[in-house]
Design a protein. Structure first.
Length: 865
DNA sequence: GTGTTTGACCATCCTTTGTACACT
DNA sequence: AAGTGTACTTTGGATGGTCAAACA
């Protein structure tokens, strides 16, 4: 079956369609009526056609199969293939027809829902099939993709800017001082700890968690520091306000802290909806980039909702709280020790939302148990409503987890640098809103449960920013395709990263190890070295990739940055060496991506100044189908399969050595079979030769009898064929100076000649011009009017009179105020040399009119344009 | 829900070394 | 006679990436 839409179109004449009046039954696929859009044949002329086509619109392949079946029978239906198509309308015609969306109006078919009777034709409607099942999906065009990428980038930049604003607000001394004034005295000792650890932060986080609540999803449109101050005063606010307050508090206590944001950006690819991303749901339906909780200006302003409310809920319903308690206890055992399936998490989330909506609470015990487990709050706790701030009726529009909800997603938190963690210190995830420490491994799952995509996690400090996504995602290979291209993102972040590094980097003295020796940037002594925290963190994030689990599906290896499967190699790739084998995926060995080598032909390597070592066997041999052979095969269909015309031998980089080029001897340039030198790059030039890229220099070399070779620098396609492109010549180095000097000399000589030639030309043309004037005057005197051209008569020249080289003439007129022309007058008394002087110049519309006059009275007028 | 296969579509890469004729 | 410029039938096949659909 021909699949191409643009295949040959065959018109079907109307009389080919045999429509029998006696209940020609054509199945329709749309129960809802013909008013819906349905494919209609573009050249539809009869109902019979349109009906048949309407049926075909669902699935052309399927229909064709049906038609084919129908046409085989002997029943009365055989004439129509059982489906209303006449046999004369063969399948190819049907398949090749063009289709377009058209509409037929239901009003015409009011008679029955399932049947329509028009002009004696019964149309049977099949209620079982529905057009709604037919997805009208179009491939995104290049333009769509570009637009989507641009929007993605712009949104990223906006969110980055937003993050910086918040970060700056976290440094506000007034806010910091106010926060410090609230902190109990015993907690202030935290700032004196030399080796800070995550555990030591726990009391402070618990205190913060018990004093500040998230009560709104989005902020009103106001200056963020003001909103933050207001939140501080009220002790409740939006996610980002409370998260920012936590960061401000840490900074106030002289801890190195960052404000971290999960940038929930619109998808990079067009048409990617929530179901398409591996993490399910970057975009809710009909949600614009300013419609999610990370918005800067958001019209959506629901009543107070706390995304996570583990510790302060009072028991209103003991029974229910017990249920929850046991439920939470279950989570303690199973819940987040392993990542939950998204469906389960979402189900639980939805259930919890429903429970929350009926305003019942979780016991403090249960939450405390969870907190002590130091785990990320389950989706059950996410989105829970704060009792103290909400009316118990809870009629507020709390979205469910399934659908548009991103409520409860971890969008903002803090990172605190704990020098006491590990031997070299560590950035610790601190989610004070949820009272969590070190929960970075659970962020991804929590975000997924709340239908928020984790693609960019950015830490802000010192008015700068740093991408720390790697810390929060377990499977980078699933995220990477949904992120903007790395060079652009790196470029954007580069200056911000520097600012961030300055604010948080600081020098750390570290014990010396072999690992460090490899990673260190600066070393001071052999026993210890100094590296910045920022660089160490970079290394930590980079090395996290090596701890990612091997993907379990083969597709994931297709573009995996670290691992490769042999089956996804391209024609010009090979695994070398084939060890180590890192594991197996469905029985196929997994290799390092770094073992994937690119193969090229000898000629291609030569262009890069490399050649294959002697006695190396090709790493791969490809069959080549020669074009001429192929054409021959095509012409001679009956011929047996022949030799396809040779092979292509490919070699890898490990089989190469530097190209050993020929030497120029005795002023002779070594040439190839075609008498030229292929200059793909300077590396390809034979030793002792130079490439002179000057126009027509070959003529000079020939003239001086210097050996040369045309330099072929590439190919271009002209008129359907490949044509070599030449640029200059290749000569022995010793002739370079001689040639260049000769070239300069020749150039000067040519310029002089050209100038002289031009001057001669000018004089010649002037001479011709004036001669013609004199000749005309003489003829007038002799044979023309009876009024001889007496002295004083004006001869007018216009541009038309000498339009061959008017500009030259004009220039001459302007430059030379006095032109002496020797004119031999046949007139009796005025046999003298005219001396023209410009006497008058008046402006015209398109130039000027110059009048020149000789002393004898003879004058000439010249129009200058 | 996830992964695999298949086919369609699209963009990009790769290929690669004239000739006849008019005019200067 | 030699050199130069230009039109000529405006490549087109292979390949890889992406996507959708069907299916397991």
């Amino acid at each position: 079956m021909r699949g191409r839409r643009d295949s040959k179109k065959q018109k079907v004449s109307e009389d080919q369609v045999h429509v029998s009046g006696d209940a020609e039954k054509l199945q329709r696929t749309n129960q809802s009526g013909l008013s819906q859009k349905m494919p209609v044949k573009r050249h539809t002329a009869s109902l019979g056609k349109s009906c048949g086509v309407a049926h075909s619109g669902v699935n052309r392949k399927q229909d064709v199969a049906e038609h084919e079946e129908g046409s085989e029978g002997d029943t009365p239906g055989e004439q129509y293939g059982g489906n209303g198509f006449p046999i004369s309308m063969n399948m190819e015609e049907i398949n090749d027809s063009d289709w377009e969306d058209g509409s037929a109006h239901a009003s015409k078919y009011k008679g029955s829902d399932s049947e329509a009777f028009i002009n004696g034709i019964t149309v049977e409607l099949n209620p079982l099939q529905d057009f709604s099942h037919r997805k009208i999906k179009r491939r995104a065009s290049t333009e769509d993709k570009e637009v989507a990428e641009l929007v993605h980038k712009v949104h990223l930049l906006c969110l980055l800017a937003r993050g910086r604003i918040i970060d700056k607000a976290c440094d506000d001394p007034l806010i910091q001082a106010s926060l410090l004034s609230l902190v109990p005295a015993q907690l202030l000792k935290l700032s004196e700890i030399q080796k800070l650890t995550g555990v030591s932060l726990h009391p402070l986080i618990s205190w913060f968690h018990s004093h500040f609540k998230v009560t709104r999803l989005s902020s009103e449109e106001k200056f963020f520091p003001s909103a933050m101050a207001q939140a501080l005063e009220a002790k409740h606010g939006t996610l980002e306000e409370i998260a920012a307050l936590s960061v401000a508090l840490f900074r106030a206590m002289n801890l190195t802290a960052r404000f971290v944001s999960l940038l929930d950006v619109v998808p990079l690819k067009p048409g990617v909806d929530k179901g398409d991303l591996p993490f399910k749901g970057a975009q809710g339906k009909a949600k614009g980039i300013f419609k999610n909780p990370t918005v800067m200006i958001d019209s959506f302003n629901p009543k107070p909702v706390s995304p996570a409310q583990p510790s302060l809920c009072s028991d209103k319903n003991d029974e229910d709280s017990k249920k929850l308690k046991s439920s939470d206890a279950t989570n303690e055992i199973n819940g987040f020790q392993e990542l939950k399936r998204k469906g389960d998490a979402e189900y639980e989330m939805q259930m919890e939302m429903a429970l929350s909506a009926t305003a019942f609470e979780v016991s403090e015990d249960a939450v405390a148990a969870k907190a002590t487990n130091d785990s990320f709050p389950s989706p059950k706790t996410l989105g829970r409503i704060t009792t103290g701030l909400l009316p118990s009726s809870s009629s507020q529009p709390v979205a469910t987890a399934v659908g548009a909800s991103k409520i409860g997603a971890p969008l903002h938190w803090a990172e605190v640098y704990c020098s006491g963690e590990n031997s070299i210190g560590k950035w610790v995830h601190v989610d004070a809103i949820n009272g969590l420490l070190g929960g970075e491994e659970r962020v991804e799952a929590a975000a997924a449960a709340c239908k928020t995509s984790l693609r960019y996690v950015v830490a802000f400090a010192g008015y700068g920013a740093k991408d720390v996504t790697r810390r929060y995602c377990r499977r980078w290979y699933r995220i990477a395709p949904h992120r903007v291209n790395t060079p652009w993102w790196d470029e954007v972040l580069a200056p911000l990263k520097e600012l961030e590094s300055r604010a948080t980097g600081g020098s750390i003295k570290l014990p010396f190890t072999r690992l460090h020796q490899e990673m260190v940037v600066e070393s001071s002594t052999k026993s210890e070295f100094v590296a910045t925290g920022s660089i160490l963190e970079d290394m930590e994030l980079e090395t996290r990739a090596f701890y990612e689990p091997l993907p379990t599906n083969q597709q994931a290896y297709r573009n995996h940055p670290l691992y490769a499967l042999e089956r996804w190699l391209t024609k010009y790739q090979v695994i070398h060496p084939k060890n180590p084998i890192l594991g197996f995926c469905n029985g196929f060995p997994v290799y390092r991506r770094s073992c994937v080598q690119i193969l090229k032909t000898k000629e291609k390597w030569m262009r890069e100044g490399l050649q294959v070592r002697h006695n190396e066997f090709p790493a791969k041999v490809l069959k080549r189908i020669d074009k001429s052979v192929k054409e021959q095969l095509h012409e001679d269909d009956d011929s047996e399969e022949t030799n396809s015309g040779g092979t292509i031998e490919l070699f890898g980089k490990w089989q190469l050595e530097p190209l050993s080029l020929l030497h120029a001897v005795n002023g002779i340039v070594p040439k190839n079979d075609r008498g030229q030198v292929d200059v793909w790059s300077e590396k390809c030039l034979p030793h002792g030769t130079v490439h002179l890229k000057l126009p027509r220099i070959f003529a000079l070399a020939k003239k001086l009898e210097i050996d040369y070779a045309p330099a072929m620098v590439g190919f271009e396609f002209r008129n359907g064929r490949s044509v070599p492109v030449y640029d200059g010549i290749v000569v022995c180095s010793e002739f370079k100076d001689i040639l260049l000097e000769a070239y300069a000399e020749e150039k000067g000589r040519k310029e002089t000649e050209e100038r002289k030639r031009n001057e001669r030309e000018v004089i010649s043309r002037w001479y011709q011009l004036l001669s013609s004037i004199i000749t005309r005057q003489r003829l007038n005197n002799c044979y023309g009017s009876r009024q001889p051209n007496s002295p004083g008569k004006v001869v007018t020249l216009t541009s038309g009179a000498s339009n061959e080289n008017l500009s030259t003439s004009q220039q001459h007129v302007e430059l030379e105020q006095h032109i002496a022309v020797s004119v031999s007058h046949s007139t009796e008394e005025h046999d003298h040399e005219h001396m023209f002087v410009t006497v008058k110049k008046c402006s015209l519309e398109n130039g000027s009119l110059v009048t020149k006059r000789c002393q004898c009275g003879f004058s000439v007028q010249v129009e200058e344009i």
